[in-house]
Design a protein around this ligand. Structure first.
Ligand code: DQA
Length: 151
């Protein structure tokens, strides 16, 4: 019998809508749309329904996390952008979720300015992937698939 489709949501914080144009030496040349497209097809192969949301506004990200809770989402992958380093509100919202959470960063935040070394969510996330560019999201989807289908 086929396993029920698991639902995974990918959240992108501020400035990630500018991928492809924004500091390409750090963040690469792929656009967010291209990254999400390839994640949707990868997820399909792994029996996962993948949705995604990007916002430049902290409160909108918090609202989206609340919706995920109400919808009973199975897993969340999040790159909070600069809010990684500052947002108690996003941390508190994520703490409401009972599902696995994977934190992703395109760049290796530990090789960059000291203010980027601290993440507000690493200690509440299931795991973190940083510094592998867009393929970090793909690895997060694969890890999520293993966790959710083995659960
Ligand atoms: C980022 C790293 C953050 O420090 C930065 O503010 C971003 C992107 C990354 O994906 O490498 O916007 O989260």
């Amino acid at each position: 019998m086929n396993e029920p489709l698991k639902r995974v949501h990918v959240l992108h914080g501020p400035n990630l809508n500018m991928l492809g144009k924004r500091e390409p030496h750090l963040y690469g040349s792929e656009t967010l749309e291209e990254i999400v497209q390839s994640l949707v097809s990868l997820a399909g192969e792994l029996n996962i329904h993948l949705t995604s949301f990007q916002s430049n506004h902290e409160g909108e990200l918090v609202d989206d996390i609340h919706k995920l809770f109400e919808d009973g989402i199975d897993g969340v992958i999040i790159n909070p952008g600069a809010y990684t380093h500052t947002s108690v509100a996003i941390r508190d919202a994520l703490l409401i979720l009972p599902c696995p959470i994977i934190e992703v960063h395109l760049s290796n935040i530990y090789k960059r300015e000291p203010f980027r070394h601290k993440s507000m969510i690493t200690d509440i996330a299931t795991g973190q992937i940083a510094g592998l560019g867009p393929q970090g999201y793909g690895l997060a989807v694969k890890a999520m698939a293993v966790m959710l289908h083995d659960a």
